[in-house]
Design a protein around this ligand. Structure first.
Ligand code: GUN
Ligand code: ZN
Length: 430
């Protein structure tokens, strides 16, 4: 059976940081879906002619976009969102880590996992790189919940063996065995992938980082993710803990953890040497603009990353960030770059690319998701303006699709994710 979605369709099959004309809009457009994949995209008349037997869903009145891709989000932290008055290290100590310790209770962890995957979906996120829990059971619950709803996630059991809460600490040996079991059970199972996830080198001994290296060596296609250069106090502490390291990046690089499979969250305060090394290794960054602002970490030096040719996608960083909505992250990135002394002038095309295809690229999923090209998985969202809203006025008086996209990001709070298709199947949102 073929399904056609008819409406205003927009995606970015090319990189607008590199090429002009990256935004591909179809005002009266259509997407044809067969066997969970995109079979055609174009003007409605032409697509409908090619598939005369297809069933059509009318999605006019809103906008059809590729499913959004969150490259950095913490499963245990949904209930931390909105903790005001902290910076990174006291936010962790006072608000975040005590909650994360409660995930030793499997029943509580299951409740949070279900809540988390539902919130990703209802915000239009269909693929995510997720920081799991320090607990093996809780991380297994996350994979299970994602599989149940059909989300594409890359996730791992977070590991730390110092400087957090004792309940959250593991040992290198124990972590190795627990992670091995999770890799065997979940990596490459359907749409699930595993990521080796030391919390940050501040909370990881050299022995634990060696274990991460071993796991990356033993499994050539697992991912790696962690935090870097987020906050100046954090950076100072890392320098004290690793006196031999030239910089923060070297604390990972010494253990072979800076590769094209690595995604580092934040990188707000990098040195030129670190940027050069990230570029050389083809490692990527999860840019988390609302978190950088909310917990006062600083402004992401986007231009410097672009000058070095370093790839980056958007991350909500829930719960340091201000919510799951990646449209809001796009707007916050835009505003932050306007504030920055040497900010990059982002356009609506950049924002859509960052919320979709850029994420797919840094997660190695660019041949599977990220845009609506023929052959990709039909992960699609239908976003509508709320009735009587400012955004609805903008939709009624459409000047150009690019302008409308600018309105959508700016007025994201008035946009409702009405429907989500995962591999062409409509998901239940609640
Ligand atoms: N660095 C180490 N842990 C965390 C975390 O949970 N959130 C953020 N934003 N930074 C971190
Ligand atoms: Zn984070």
């Amino acid at each position: 059976m073929t399904l056609i979605l008819r409406g205003l369709v927009v995606h970015t099959p090319k990189n607008p940081f590199r090429e002009s004309g990256a935004l591909e809009p179809f005002s009266d457009g259509a997407i044809a879906i067969q066997d969970g994949k995109i079979a055609a995209i174009g003007n409605h008349v032409q697509v409908a002619e090619r598939f005369p037997q297809a069933k059509t869903q009318d999605c006019r009145g809103g906008i059809l976009l590729p499913g959004l891709i969150d490259t950095h989000v913490h499963y245990p932290q949904t209930r931390v969102i909105g903790a005001m008055g902290y910076t990174l290290l006291d936010w962790l100590e006072q608000r975040t880590l005590p909650l994360e310790a409660r995930l030793s209770d499997n029943k509580f962890a299951r409740e949070l996992a279900l809540e988390f995957v539902r919130l990703l979906l209802s915000n239009g996120t269909t693929t995510a790189l997720v920081f799991g829990s320090h607990f093996q059971g809780a991380t297994a619950n996350l994979f299970g919940a994602a599989e149940d709803v059909g989300l594409r996630i890359i996730a791992g059991q977070v590991c730390s063996d110092r400087k957090l809460l004792p309940e959250l600490h593991t040992t290198p040996e124990h972590s190795y065995h627990e992670q091995k079991m999770l890799i065997h059970r979940f990596h490459n199972k359907g749409k699930l992938r595993y990521a080796v996830t030391p919390r940050f080198s501040l909370s990881a001994s050299e022995g634990l980082l060696e274990v991460c290296q071993t796991l990356m060596d033993e499994h050539s296609d697992v991912h790696f993710t962690t935090h870097i250069n987020e906050n100046t106090d954090e950076i100072r502490t890392v320098a004290e803990l690793f006196p031999w390291a030239r910089d923060y990046l070297e604390t990972y690089d010494r253990f072979g953890l800076v590769t094209n499979r690595s995604v580092f969250a934040h990188n707000v305060h990098p040195s030129e040497l670190e940027l050069a090394r990230l570029a050389e290794a083809q490692a990527a960054i999860a840019h988390c603009p609302s978190s950088n602002a909310f917990i006062g970490s600083g402004i992401f030096p986007m231009k410097r990353h672009l000058q070095h040719g370093i790839r980056f996608g958007l991350g909500s960083d829930v719960g340091g960030g201000t919510g799951f909505c990646l449209l809001k992250e796009g707007l916050t990135a835009y505003i932050a770059q306007r504030y920055a002394e040497d900010g990059f002038p982002l356009t609506p095309a950049h924002l859509l690319y960052l919320a979709t295809r850029a994420g797919a690229e840094i997660l190695g999923l660019e041949n599977t998701v990220g845009d609506l090209s023929v052959g990709k998985a039909a992960d699609i969202i239908y976003v509508r303006p709320e009735e009587k809203s400012t955004l609805e006025v903008h939709f009624r008086h459409l000047d150009s699709v690019e302008q409308l996209l600018g309105s959508l990001f700016t007025l994201h709070g008035e946009a409702k994710v009405e429907k989500v298709w995962l591999d062409g199947q409509e998901a239940i949102l609640n």
